[in-house]
Design a protein around this ligand. Structure first.
Ligand code: ASP
Length: 337
């Protein structure tokens, strides 16, 4: 009798496990903005394509080998952070004072644990430090010098501030500083920051692993010429990043102030959870119906625990890529139509 019960239980377990292991996949983004074909050379397009492919394949392979969704997104984001093309890690934009201040966050959909860092200047891969905050500290968000002190305690090597320097971001900084100097009113200054060519290139990833666990992560240099230790949405849990196994995982990119005010990542998953909407519908509603009318530009990548995913944006382009058990690798740059 007892043996029968054990057999039955293990059968149920195997069954449940095989259902959960059915699907897995990863979706990544490299920022949304005024990304237009006429502004990109073939070589640049090829280079972007190559990094997006490499990051997606690396994340997908990790999932295939049974690694967790958290590991997979960190692997993918590290590759994007190490590429000078994107506004995260190497290639981060310059602050008003000509420095770099990086933000990142990560969330575990199984436990709803989260970690975030803001305004660090010497951490090569900010997503790794965000994960360390999640795993090894009693806090969710650390910032500035304190975050770097924590990093040192955890054995991170710091990089010199100029590690993040790139000439294309330096040129954008000079242009932004000039326009800010010319701006006479607060409104005119704000309109400089609204130009999305001064910030796009934030990176992020969401994934579903073989155990049915979701994870999301985002990493950015923020906005060119940001001032007064401005922090955007990327390290704000619920705004730029969200993951919950019972709804979905989201990483956002766009004009951070709008994403914070509208709690974008969590709002999408709340619509999935409480209104039974698909990730596609929920993301479309928030990006097109909530953000766009008030001038909030940007996009999101989303995946749910069934492996359904979407990549929604209201800008001319969003660097993005996906690979799941149901879908072979697909890389996208421009809007669908
Ligand atoms: N969301 C980022 C920020 O506001 C920038 C971006 O994603 O383009 O800092």
């Amino acid at each position: 009798m007892k043996l029968k019960a054990v057999l039955l239980l293990s059968l149920i377990f195997i069954n449940a496990h095989s259902i959960a292991a059915d699907k897995f996949g990863i979706v990544i983004h490299g920022g949304a903005g005024t990304i237009k074909k006429e502004n990109l050379t073939d070589e640049k397009l090829e280079a972007i394509n190559a990094v997006l492919t490499k990051a997606t394949e690396a994340g997908y392979n990790a999932l295939e080998n049974g690694e967790s969704s958290l590991d997979a997104i960190a692997i993918a984001i590290n590759i994007l952070e190490d590429s000078p093309i994107f506004n995260a890690g190497l290639g981060a934009v310059y602050t008003y004072d000509g420095l770099h201040a990086l933000d990142a966050s990560i969330m575990d959909g199984a436990t709803r644990n989260a970690g975030a860092i803001a305004g660090v200047a010497h951490i090569k891969n900010p997503i790794d430090l965000a994960r360390e905050v999640m795993d090894k500290s009693v806090h969710v968000m650390l910032s500035g010098a304190g975050a770097e002190e924590f990093a040192i305690q955890q054995g991170f090597d710091l990089v010199p501030a100029d590690y993040f320097d790139t000439s294309h971001r330096y040129e954008a900084w000079k242009k932004a500083r000039q326009r800010l100097a010319e701006a006479k009113t607060v409104e005119q200054q704000a309109s400089v920051y609204l130009q999305d060519d001064f910030r796009y290139g934030t990176v992020g990833a969401v994934a579903l692993d073989k155990n049915g666990n979701l994870a999301a992560g985002t990493s950015t240099g923020g906005m060119t010429a940001k001032r007064f230790d401005r922090i955007g949405d990327s390290p704000v849990i619920g705004a730029g990043t969200w993951a919950d196994n019972t709804s979905c995982a989201v990483s956002a990119t766009g004009h951070g102030e709008y994403f914070i005010r509208n709690h974008v990542a969590a709002d999408i998953c709340a619509r999935v959870k409480y209104q039974n909407k698909s990730v596609e519908t929920a993301a479309e509603e928030v990006i097109q119906d909530v953000l766009k009318p008030i001038g909030g530009t940007g996009g999101v990548i989303v995946i749910d625990a069934q492996g359904n995913f979407t990549m929604e944006f209201n800008t001319p382009g969003m660097y993005r890529a996906v690979k799941t058990t149901d879908k072979k690798l697909e890389v996208g740059i421009f809007a669908k139509n």
